[in-house]
Design a protein around this ligand. Structure first.
Ligand code: SF4
Ligand code: ZN
Ligand code: ZN
Length: 298
C-alpha cells in the first residue's frame, strides 16, 4: 500500500495523473491549496467579492461551496428547485441539511412558482430538456445574484464536464462556443461574473473531497441527463484517461493556454429586455418569450 506523500502514514487516495498518494488530512490540504491556486491563477475573485455558489445537491457544487467557505470567502448557496419529482426533492433536502450544518446562507427558488416545473415545460417545448433547463438556470443565477448584491456566480463544473464540452465543441467545430468556453466570464452589460473554480478537479477528486469532508450529497443523476449526448463522450474521454492518466487535464489546460487566447470574441450588442430588464440581444429576452409561450398553454 502506498504511503502519504506528506506524512508517510498509510495513504487512502492515489492520484495517477500526478503520481501522488495522500492520507485524508493531506488530501484535503492538497485540494484546498490547488483550488486557491486556480482561483488566483485565473483571477476569479478576491476576499472582498460576494460569491453566490449554484448548488444542485451533487458532489461537485457542494464540495465547491464547502471549500470556498473553508478558504474564507464570502459565500452563499443558491439552489433552483426544478420540480423533477423525487430527484428534486432529495436534492433540496441535501442542500438544506448541508447549509444548516455549516450555518451557511442558502437561497432556494422554486421555478414552478414563476414558470412551471421542468417536466411540465418538457411536455410543451420541442427543444431538448437540458437546453431550456440550462437557459432557465442561467437566467435565474444572473438575475438573482444581481438583485441580492452578489457580484460573482460560481458553478461546480469539473474537469470531466469541461473536457467533454471541449471535445464536443471541437468535433462540431463550434467556434462560437469555443470562444466562450472560459473559466471566467467577465461582468458587464447586465451580467455578473461567472466562474468555474473546479475546472482542474475530476468528478472523482470532488467525490473524494466530499467523502473526506462529511458532505452528504445526492448520488443519483437527474433523470433527464440520460438523454444528454455528452454522456457518451464523457465515457470515451474517461477510457482514454484510464490508459494515459493526465490526458483530460492536458487537453483542457492546453486549450486554455494555447488556443483560447487566439480566439477573438465579437460580443453581440446587448440591451435590456423590455419586460424583465435582463440583458438580451433582441427586445424581449428568450426567458420572457418562453414564459409568454407557457402562459398561453398552461
Ligand atoms: Fe436540467 Fe438537464 Fe441538468 Fe436535468 S440534466 S438538471 S434537465 S440541465
Ligand atoms: Zn498525510
Ligand atoms: Zn426578459
Amino acid at each position: 500500500m502506498k504511503k502519504c506523500y506528506k506524512c508517510e502514514t498509510k495513504a487512502l487516495v492515489y492520484l495517477p495523473q500526478y503520481r501522488i498518494a495522500f492520507c485524508k488530512e493531506h488530501y484535503i490540504e492538497w485540494y484546498l491549496r490547488r483550488l486557491q491556486h486556480t482561483i488566483d491563477e485565473f483571477k476569479m475573485f478576491k476576499k472582498e467579492d460576494k460569491i453566490l455558489v449554484a448548488v444542485s445537491g451533487g458532489k461537485d457544487s457542494l464540495s465547491l461551496l464547502d471549500a470556498l467557505y473553508k478558504l474564507g470567502y464570502e459565500v452563499a448557496g443558491f439552489h433552483i428547485y426544478l420540480g423533477i419529482g423525487d430527484y428534486s426533492e432529495k436534492s433540496r433536502v441535501v442542500c438544506e441539511e448541508f447549509a444548516k450544518k455549516r450555518s451557511l446562507k442558502l437561497y432556494i427558488i422554486d421555478i414552478s412558482q414563476y414558470l412551471a416545473s421542468i417536466p411540465k415545460i418538457d411536455e410543451l417545448e420541442k427543444r431538448p430538456t437540458c437546453s431550456f433547463c440550462g437557459q432557465i438556470k442561467r437566467y435565474y443565477m444572473n438575475s438573482f445574484a444581481k438583485q441580492n448584491g452578489y457580484n460573482v456566480v460560481a458553478t461546480g463544473h469539473n474537469l470531466d464536464d469541461e473536457s467533454t464540452t471541449l471535445l464536443l465543441n471541437i468535433l462540431n467545430w463550434n467556434i462560437e462556443y469555443l470562444i466562450r468556453q472560459k473559466p471566467v466570464l467577465s461582468e458587464g452589460e447586465g451580467f455578473v461574473r461567472k466562474v468555474k473554480p473546479l475546472l482542474k478537479f475530476t468528478e472523482k477528486e470532488n467525490a473524494i473531497y466530499a467523502l473526506f469532508s462529511d458532505i452528504n450529497y445526492i448520488e443519483e443523476e437527474c433523470p433527464f441527463s440520460k438523454n444528454a449526448t455528452s454522456i457518451h463522450y464523457k465515457k470515451i474521454l474517461s477510457l482514454i484517461e484510464e490508459k494515459s492518466p493526465g490526458t483530460k487535464l492536458r487537453f483542457y489546460l492546453d486549450f486554455l493556454r494555447k488556443l483560447q487566447p487566439h480566439l477573438k470574441e465579437e460580443k453581440p450588442k446587448f440591451m435590456a429586455c423590455t419586460i424583465c430588464g435582463e440583458p438580451t440581444v433582441s427586445q424581449v429576452c428568450s426567458f420572457c418569450k418562453l414564459k409568454e409561450r407557457l402562459s398561453k398553454i398552461l
